[in-house]
Design a protein around this ligand. Structure first.
Ligand SMILES: C[S@@+](CC[C@H](N)C(=O)[O-])C[C@H]1O[C@@H](n2cnc3c(N)ncnc32)[C@H](O)[C@@H]1O
Length: 1004
């Protein structure tokens, strides 16, 4: 046995990735369905990282492989039916990472093993940035003594619901309240769920319960949450059902609204409509019609069902539908349907900021039994907003802090483009403005009845911790309703359902929005949301009863309360990627109203109007890069963030035991920002000695790119640097790095790690030689030091040389002789071909080759910038993904892509292949492309001249490049390359090089 941890030597990277991605697709019972929190890490990745850090490396490959197999299982290839298609997918078989295996007997095996390796005690694990709690939850399930810390009270609350209540109440059952026993629908669900009763048996049991002959056993926590939330809901129904009338015996499911503004020219009231399509599916096409009224002071709405399709082909039909369904909004402004005057975005914003926006109900979606139907609102429905408003005073009279009038966030523009917040520019200054009056009435009613639960529960004899947990979980349910019950939700015309707010972590304004009926039973209704909440509680409470009670702390990571910690695994905030506190204030203001007064701990946590941002007096607070908190100064904001992260790592160093380990998760979209953070980690006193990329993105979000592109986070492993460590010298450090890394590169390559993943996996161990020293000095430059960036430049170059060296069939680590641009081109083309490639991966490759993506596109004409998501000036987002928010990815807008420039385009630059920008020798790839152009026009003389001038005949590496390009190309390009290659051989090229294939088939 070595004194290394397993994660410092090996990790089931593929299995952890497969199971993390799979977990994203699981909705039932997932902790993400308990309460929204941004950037929740997958449980599979968290579990794998914790186990591999808590366990020592067993020293031999056989032992290691055995343990990894037990942990991650085997990767198997399966074919699956996907509609009419057959899909080939990779899955894990065995192991404990797959969703559903979290309570398998093998987890107990690991629990015992971990305890044993800590001399029979529970290891102490800390996550100072716990957020939604994936890491501490897994640590608790593995039998550790956990401290889960976060600065944000919403996160703190979620942590209590995720860790504390399940741990404390897992095995406990209590009698159901009488009203639940008397509710046949509830009891039917209970007998089915808890006793697995069906059919006749279920009927009999139900009758017996009603006759008092079969008092069911006491029930677990989840059933109590279901029972008491049903009670709350029924009270709300009694009070508010008249606000959601049934018309023509058809239940109303949703109400569609449009904000309105007065025309600058004719003063008509204009509905702001992005589209007039209400539904556009195969065989169902419904349109909202808008006709100016007689006085041309507004529009009259109508519904057109069965809208016919026009146009011969798909493109024509799409174009026709676009025109047909066009609303009043375009990217340039708003067109008045009464006078055709176009108003620009500034006018709209000005009107909104001066509170001159209004809103009109445009249509109602009703349950037509077979299908959803659309109708116009009745006169009665049009006045219900005003009716609801009249109720608000009374509803909010007893609710602490009243209607939520706390300020909405300002937020700074993000460097990645756009701001996450679009509320204030459109006059939404206080949180209550994000709701219709009827939504406010419903939310207030839920809050009021939930607050009122305390006394009846006490009268039923439930102890305080039980009452606290039940109310807390109902508060989670209220948050779920809020996510679907606000005016930033839109109607998906393709699947006819509501799209919830936190589909992405931003607060956008919606021009046309949807309000669902809480009593309608459609998605977004009380029933459906609470059903998924209860399933999450059920899953969370399936845990052994003897787990150690976790400590949930509400403090800054900079001064987190902990000591003698064995392992820290943490996922810190990443620059400006997600404005946690600002977005989560949406929930905070409501949670505060539900939970205030529950007990002293809750009152302390929810004492302030809003969640903590940055406190300039104490120089402490939320660690995100938000210039808005520093008077718009981006430099100070970035520095404050970086300094804060350093202080948080320094605190982690203080609380970590001497032989402890810290694992830090980074979103890896921006390698340069990563370097800054790694510098902070080293400065705080850590030696970096491992890094593993884990893929966490769902396929749908990553647009079927090569597997190399899919990793979304890098898990960096560090230990404490001995206090005796002395400064190092650059040449020695580089030598040590080369010696260490060569074997590792071979191991990773043999383990099948490829593409950007390979670069990331190699970076960690390479850092060890560097970070062993508090500082690395330059031997031939007195007083100068080699920074992380420079060191990583050497490492990455070595890694990409190895990668290209592999395909050139050379020994690892040996330089290939290829210039930087050609090296980049080959890596890119090998991994992503000529299609869209993720910008993040390409930036990493560029950096590894000593280049930038900008140089590759602007100077070398190799890259085309792809489609970065752009926030339109006044159009809102139209994301039709109706799942929960994708919580995994941090690191700026996903989805920006780049492409390789086709050779035919490149050669239009006359100098291409003759000289590089700045008068340097032309990259080999440019020369190859020039040859293609010359060959294509059949100018053999010029081809030969070019070959001679550039000395290509004698260049073995050029022959290999040609061979590689042949393997990568297709169609005309390939045919041209083949004939050039034949010509090349015929005219006496280096024969040994020409025949060596660059890419072995197994790499594909
Ligand atoms: C990437 S998230 C953590 C997500 C978490 N791993 C999960 O699975 O849900 C980063 C967290 O850091 C928290 N945070 C930001 N600044 C903090 C500070 N100074 N101290 C403690 N937590 C902070 C944010 O509230 C956020 O929850």
């Amino acid at each position: 046995m070595t004194n290394r941890r397993l994660i410092e030597v090996a990790f089931p990277i593929k299995q952890a990735s497969i199971d993390s991605v799979h977990e994203k697709n699981v909705r039932q019972g997932n902790i993400s369905t308990l309460h929204i929190w941004p950037a929740r890490r997958p449980l599979a990745a968290s579990r794998a990282a914790l186990i591999a850090t808590l366990l020592p490396d067993l020293g031999t490959k056989e032992e290691r492989d055995r343990l990894l197999l037990k942990l991650g299982g085997k990767v198997v290839i399966k074919t699956k039916k996907d509609g009419d298609d057959t899909k080939v997918v990779e899955e894990t078989e065995g192991g404990i990472l797959h969703w559903g295996n979290e309570s398998s007997p093998d987890v107990d095996y690991f629990r015992q093993l971990i305890r044993k390796s800590y001399g029979g005690r529970s290891p102490r694990v800390l996550d100072p940035f716990s957020g939604g709690g994936s890491i501490p939850l897994e640590a608790m399930r593995l039998g550790c003594e956990v401290t889960a810390n976060d600065l944000n009270p919403v996160a703190w609350f979620i942590l209590k619901c995720t860790l504390e209540y399940p741990q404390r109440l897992t095995e406990i059952k209590r009698p159901l309240p009488l009203f639940a026993l008397e509710n046949p629908a509830f009891m039917a669900a209970h007998l089915k769920g808890a006793y697995d009763l069906k059919g006749k048996k279920l009927e009999k049991a139900l009758q017996a319960v009603q006759l008092g002959m079969f008092p069911p056993e006491d029930a677990k926590l989840a059933w109590h949450v279901r029972a008491w939330s049903t009670w709350v809901f029924e009270q709300a129904r009694k009070d508010l059902e008249p606000l959601y009338p049934i018309v023509d015996e058809k239940t109303s499911l949703a109400y569609l609204w449009a904000r309105t503004v007065r025309c600058k020219n004719c003063r008509a009231e204009i509905p702001l409509l992005k589209t007039r399509w209400l539904c556009k599916r195969q065989n169902k096409r419904v349109l909202l019609t808008t006709t100016p009224n007689e006085t041309r002071t507004g529009v009259i709405f109508g519904i057109q069902n069965d809208v016919p399709e026009r146009g011969g082909n798909t493109a024509q039909r799409t174009a026709h539908d676009k025109v047909l369904g066009s609303g009043t909004m375009t990217k340039s402004g708003v067109t008045c349907p009464c006078c055709n005057h176009v108003m620009n975005s500034e006018y709209i914003r000005y009107e909104a900021m001066n509170l001159r926006f209004s809103a009109v109900m445009t249509a109602v979606v009703v349950d037509g039994k077979e299908t959803k139907e659309y109708r116009l609102p009745t006169d009665n429905e049009l006045i219900l907003e005003a009716e609801a408003e009249k109720l608000l005073l009374e509803i909010y009279a007893d609710i602490p802090f009243g209607i939520p009038n706390e300020q909405t966030p300002i937020g700074a523009s993000r460097k990645g483009g756009g701001s996450a917040f679009n509320l204030r520019p459109y006059g939404i200054y206080q949180w209550h403005q994000m709701f219709t009056q009827r939504q406010l009435a419903f939310m207030g009613t839920l809050v009021r009845y939930t607050r009122n639960l305390h006394d009846p529960m006490e009268q039923e004899g439930y102890p305080p911790e039980w009452i606290e947990a039940v109310i807390a979980y109902i508060a989670c349910g209220i948050s779920k309703i809020l996510d679907y019950g606000n005016t930033s939700c839109s109607w998906s015309i393709s699947n006819e359902q509501i799209t919830h707010l936190f589909n992405r972590f931003a607060l956008p304004i919606k021009w046309d929005y949807v309000e669902t009926s809480p009593f309608g039973g459609a998605s977004g209704s009380y029933d459906s949301l609470f059903a998924s909440l209860v399933r999450a509680i059920e899953t969370l409470t399936v845990i052994p009863s003897d787990l150690v009670q976790p400590r949930i702390e509400l403090s800054s990571a900079i001064d987190v309360k902990a000591q003698d910690i064995d392992v820290i695994v943490t996922d810190p905030p990443y620059y400006d990627a997600i404005p946690y506190a600002d977005t989560m204030d949406f929930f905070y203001v409501w949670l505060r109203r539900v939970l205030w007064g529950l007990n002293e701990t809750y009152n302390r946590a929810f004492a302030n109007d809003l969640t903590p941002k940055w406190d300039h007096d104490t120089n402490n607070g939320e660690l995100i890069d938000d210039a808005g908190r520093f008077g718009g100064d981006h430099v100070v904001s970035k520095q404050t963030y970086e300094d804060g992260m350093y202080r948080a790592f320094a605190r982690a160093h203080e609380v970590l035991s001497p032989d402890g380990r810290i694992v830090i998760v980074f979103g890896h979209k921006a390698p340069d920002a990563w370097e800054t953070l790694v510098s902070a980690v080293i400065r705080a006193g850590f030696v970096v000695d491992g890094s593993w990329p884990i893929r966490t993105e769902r396929e749908a979000r990553t647009r079927a790119l090569s597997s190399a592109a899919l990793s979304s986070s890098v898990w960096l492993v560090c230990r404490k640097r001995p206090e005796t460590a002395r400064p190092g010298w650059d040449h020695r450090v580089l030598e040590a790095m080369r010696a260490n890394i060569t074997v590792r590169l071979r191991d990773y390559w043999d383990a099948g790690i490829r593409g950007p993943d390979f670069v990331w996996a190699a970076t960690g161990p390479a850092m060890e030689a560097y970070s062993q020293h508090p500082v690395v000095k330059k031997a031939d430059e007195p007083g100068a030091v080699m920074g992380v960036e420079e060191f990583l430049g050497h490492v990455r170059r070595m890694v990409v040389d190895f990668m290209v060296g592999q395909v050139l069939s050379r020994e690892g680590g040996e330089t290939t002789g290829l210039d930087d641009v050609t090296t980049y081109y080959l890596l890119h083309r090998k991994d992503f071909g000529m299609g869209d490639a993720p910008a993040s991966a390409c930036i990493l490759y560029a950096l590894s080759c000593g280049l930038t993506d900008r140089a590759l596109s602007d100077q070398y004409d190799i890259l085309n910038r792809g489609s970065a998501p752009v926030e339109a000036e006044i159009t809102d987002e139209d994301d039709e993904d109706s799942g929960e928010a994708d919580e995994s990815s941090e690191g700026g807008g996903s989805g920006s892509t780049v492409r390789l420039q086709a050779w035919g385009q490149r050669v239009k630059r006359k100098t291409l292949g003759y000289e590089a920008p700045g008068g340097r020798p032309a990259p080999l790839i440019d020369q190859a492309h020039r040859l293609l152009a010359l060959w294509k026009v059949g100018d053999v003389v010029k081809v030969d001249q070019f070959l001679d001038e550039k000395g290509l005949r004698r260049s073995g590496v050029f022959s290999q490049l040609l061979q590689a390009l042949i393997e990568l190309a297709s169609g005309e390009e390939r045919a041209l390359l083949e004939s050039i290659s034949n010509h090349f051989v015929a005219r006496g090229a280096s024969p040994s090089a020409v025949t060596t294939p660059m890419f072995s088939k197994t790499d594909d």
